[in-house]
Design a binder for this molecule. Structure first.
Ligand code: 9MR
Length: 474
């Protein structure tokens, strides 16, 4: 036992030192994302929301367990404006080349529930451990259809912790056969890209769908790290981008790095991608964050805080370096934890603070009922609800230069520079505690507050270069 702990500690220290060294060897990172996702009015969008929902992995129809009243409750309780909505390849393309539009129509119905409440939807082609067919019971992996799972008879042994299945020979071979890095020639990557083409064509005219997260937490099988990110993963992304752009020029394309390592704070080496759409690229860097000390069971509490803070710092710096290299916005597609554990809510606060100051969007993992989610198994509100219910600028009438929310002092500060042609108001979501719009200090501006949506609209003079808005409860 003591030996195992020692090995774990050494592994953590080794990886952290490697991560730190890898960071230190590079140039100083920027402090804020160099670009933002913009809306039709040209405003910078700050996206805050949840993943919906892990339940979609195992329901036979691939739909999350969700009804419209829960979307309404989410907005009322937390004022979120985005959802990372889980899709499954198995339900998009149940048979090779045959797409299930009945499934997509049901997805569209759920997208509308969100759209009616002002949300943006990011469609995420989810997978964990390749697909359901990696075990006979079908209850461990999710994502790929059975017909696309080629393990060549290699074993998948039972594991206590789900991530360890990634190391099983059958799972590795299924990925190798997907990426075309195994011995057999397959056309699974092309099929996957074609499936994305179909999904994008289906949703191209749906204004609520902001874009497409091409693959959840990519895993390279027997090809890892730079060789994977710059090899098969980049090839898949290029093919998917090409397929999507044939049918949808406007959707934003969210690209995830290799999950292992990068989720912990190591740098990603994903190359720059070309976006063939007319006008500015719409490619977003969309990593996840699960600090290694916490993956290993540590809490964000007491002595456990410092190593987490350190790795989160590296994660932020390394993510912003990619954003700078790509000149792209950043969307943190997943971070989450059992928020009932010691320090859980402090961790959520910490990541939300970092995302604000770094100008990143985020989606918390996840909306499923239970200790990780905002609601318990009986639908009861958990303390996480008020932690996630933060004041934030949903849309900013220019290029943000400062976003800072002090949840203790209840003070939101936003600064931005004007952008030619952007005249729509800055929209700020305010939790109940701000009362009827709070106290707004924004110089020469006009404000109005909608008590129903709790959105404060701040109209600023676009001929003035720099703007500052501070909202407090006093
Ligand atoms: O929280 C999810 C857990 O209940 C599942 O057993 C597991 C495997 O499907 O997936 C967990 O969710 C993960 C997500 O799919 C990908 N990113 C990490 C999430 C938390 O571990």
């Amino acid at each position: 036992m003591r030996r195992a702990r020692l090995a774990t500690v050494l592994a953590v220290v080794g990886i952290l030192l490697f991560g730190g060294a890898a960071s230190a060897l590079r140039d100083a990172p920027p402090t804020m994302a160099p670009r933002f996702i913009t809306d039709d009015e040209g405003r910078a969008l700050l996206l805050r929301g949840l993943n919906t929902a892990s339940s979609a992995k195992s329901t036979p129809d691939g739909l999350p367990i969700l009804d419209e009243s829960e979307v309404e409750r989410e907005y009322r309780d937390m004022g979120t404006n985005v959802v990372r909505f889980l899709l499954q390849w198995r339900t998009v393309e149940p048979e090779p080349g045959a797409y299930d539009d009945t499934y997509l129509a049901k997805v569209a119905e759920r997208v509308e529930w969100y759209g009616d409440r002002g949300y943006h939807v990011i469609l995420d082609m989810h997978q964990d451990l390749y697909g359901g067919a990696i075990t006979p019971e079908g209850n461990v992996g999710n994502g790929a259809p059975d017909w696309a799972t080629e393990m060549e008879g290699l074993p998948v042994g039972k594991q206590d912790q789900w991530e360890f299945y990634y190391l099983e020979p059958g799972v590795i071979r299924a990925f190798d056969n997907f990426w075309g890095t195994g011995d057999a020639a397959t056309d699974l990557m092309r099929r996957y890209a074609d499936a994305w083409g179909h999904v994008a064509e289906y949703f191209a005219d749906d204004d609520t769908v902001l874009g497409y997260d091409l693959m959840n937490e990519p895993w390279g099988g027997s090809v890892q790290a730079t060789a994977f990110e710059n090899g098969p993963l980049a090839a898949l992304y290029e093919t998917c981008i090409d397929r999507i752009r044939r049918v949808d020029e406007n959707g934003w394309i969210f690209l995830e790095p290799q999950a292992v390592g990068v989720n912990w704070g190591l740098p990603s080496s994903l190359p720059v991608f070309d976006d063939p759409r007319p006008g500015e690229d719409r490619i977003v860097f969309a990593p996840h964050l699960y600090p290694l000390p916490m993956d290993l069971g540590g809490h964000y509490d007491g002595d456990g805080k410092a190593p987490v803070d350190t790795t989160v710092g590296w994660w932020r710096d390394n993510v912003l370096r990619v954003a700078q290299r790509w000149n792209a916005p950043v969307f943190l597609g997943e971070f989450g934890l059992d928020a009932t554990q010691p320090g859980g809510l402090d961790f959520v606060d910490k990541i939300a603070d970092i995302a604000d100051t770094a100008g990143m969007g985020w989606a918390y993992w996840s909306s499923d009922p239970g200790p990780w989610g905002p609601y318990g198994g009986n639908g009861e509100r958990q303390p996480l609800v008020s932690t996630l219910d933060r004041a934030y600028p949903r849309a900013i009438a220019g290029t943000p230069t400062l976003i800072e929310y002090d949840a203790d002092a209840l003070r939101l500060s936003v600064a931005f520079t004007s952008v030619d042609g952007v005249t729509a108001p800055t929209e700020i979501y305010l939790p109940d505690v701000f009362g009827n719009g709070g106290t707004v200090d924004c110089g020469a501006c006009t404000v109005s507050f909608d008590p129903d949506t709790r959105i404060l609209s701040v109209t600023t003079d676009p001929t003035v270069g720099e703007h500052s808005i501070v909202v407090t409860t006093r």
